[in-house]
Design a protein around this ligand. Structure first.
Ligand code: NAP
Length: 306
């Protein structure tokens, strides 16, 4: 099946691109390997997306975007992209279900995923006390002791969310100042259930079948201590999901795709949008904006060339 546009990834960038492309009258498919919404759907509450005065849950916002894309005629396929070609007039995408999708243009919107700490037991105890998604797994920690690692918006939001469920939450941050926006910091600092362990890093995750504790080291004093916990929520930033197109498009050393202001990657008919892109601010609102700009660039390319 030949589409005008194929969008890879159904996060806010991909779904917004889908809404715009479909409204431009282009035959559009969005390919998603997991669920709509990307990182946004793992966020408990989004307070800074304009129009939602009291905030909106990440999953709800994602579902609304998905519904909107479908309403305008974008097709959404739940299938993983395994390989693709970017050069030439017709791009080819091969999926895990062995389907071949062809399109005149592509928008790369695969987003980013949580960064790992890189500790020895981290992978083995993933899902058994180690989590990268408080909203997904928080319910398992009702009345339990948890730590959150990180100092950005995600870590603070996770700590606040978990404070409603867990018996106690410690936030472990490697510096003496948080990176999260002030409004979130204030909420957390006035929450009695969240204690902050400053200037510290987790050096070991302890446990056989499940997490039973962590070792924490203070970076300033060198002091190490063990702490009994049932859950370790890791929120130390993101890594881009760009391995699929490694060597095919220009990227930063960290793997973020470099585009111009039209979201064009430098190959005819290929654009990138959202968290996968090198840019100064990664939020739902900037992803949506990227998606709209990329879709418009692709629409112009298609109307000029086909
Ligand atoms: P982030 O802003 O990159 O923050 C990562 C945090 O983890 C930083 O505090 C960093 O410490 C720490 N860190 C990084 N590597 C570490 C390591 N190896 N060991 C220990 N700590 C480490 O990541 P994020 O909080 O996931 O946010 C990602 C993006 O999503 C941001 O643009 C954020 O604004 C956005 N976001 C927005 C919302 C919202 O608006 N509602 C919610 C969630 C996320 P340093 O501070 O020392 O670098």
């Amino acid at each position: 099946m030949l589409y005008d546009a194929a969008v890879i990834g159904a996060g806010p960038a991909g779904l917004t691109a889908g809404i715009y492309l479909a409204r431009y009258g282009l035959k559009t498919v969005i390919l998603e390997k997991m669920f709509a919404g990307g990182q946004a759907s793992t966020t408990y509450e989004i307070e800074n997306y304009p129009g939602f005065v009291d905030g909106i849950g990440g999953p709800e916002l994602a579902l609304r975007m998905e519904e909107q894309a479908r309403k305008f005629g974008a097709e959404i396929k739940y299938d993983e992209v395994k390989a693709l070609t970017l050069k030439g007039d017709i791009k080819t995408i091969t999926t895990a279900k062995d389907e071949e999708v062809t399109a005149r243009g592509i928008i790369l919107a695969m987003g980013a995923q949580p960064r790992e700490l890189g500790l020895k037991n981290e992978g083995r105890l993933r899902g058994a006390g180690v989590s990268y998604c408080a909203t997904c797994d928080g319910a398992f920690y009702k009345g339990k002791r948890v730590i959150v690692v990180g100092g950005g918006d995600t870590a603070v939001e996770d700590a606040l969310f978990l404070s409603k469920l867990a018996a106690g939450v410690h936030l472990v941050h490697r510096r003496d100042e948080l990176r999260a926006v002030k409004s979130l910091q204030q909420k957390m600092l006035s929450n009695d259930k969240v204690k902050i362990i400053w200037d510290s890093v987790v050096t070991e995750i302890i446990g056989e079948d499940r997490v039973t504790g962590v070792e924490i080291a203070n970076k300033k004093t060198g002091r190490r201590f063990e702490m009994e916990v049932d859950g370790v929520f890791i929120a130390i930033g993101l890594v881009p999901n760009s391995s699929l197109v490694k060597g095919m498009v220009k990227m930063t050393d960290e793997g973020y795709i470099i585009t111009d202001e039209n979201m064009w990657v430098g190959i005819d008919g290929v654009f990138a949008a959202g968290d996968i892109r090198q840019k100064p601010l990664r939020q739902v609102v900037t992803s949506a904006s990227d998606g709209a700009v990329a879709a418009t660039g692709l629409q112009r390319y298609i109307s000029k060339n086909f």
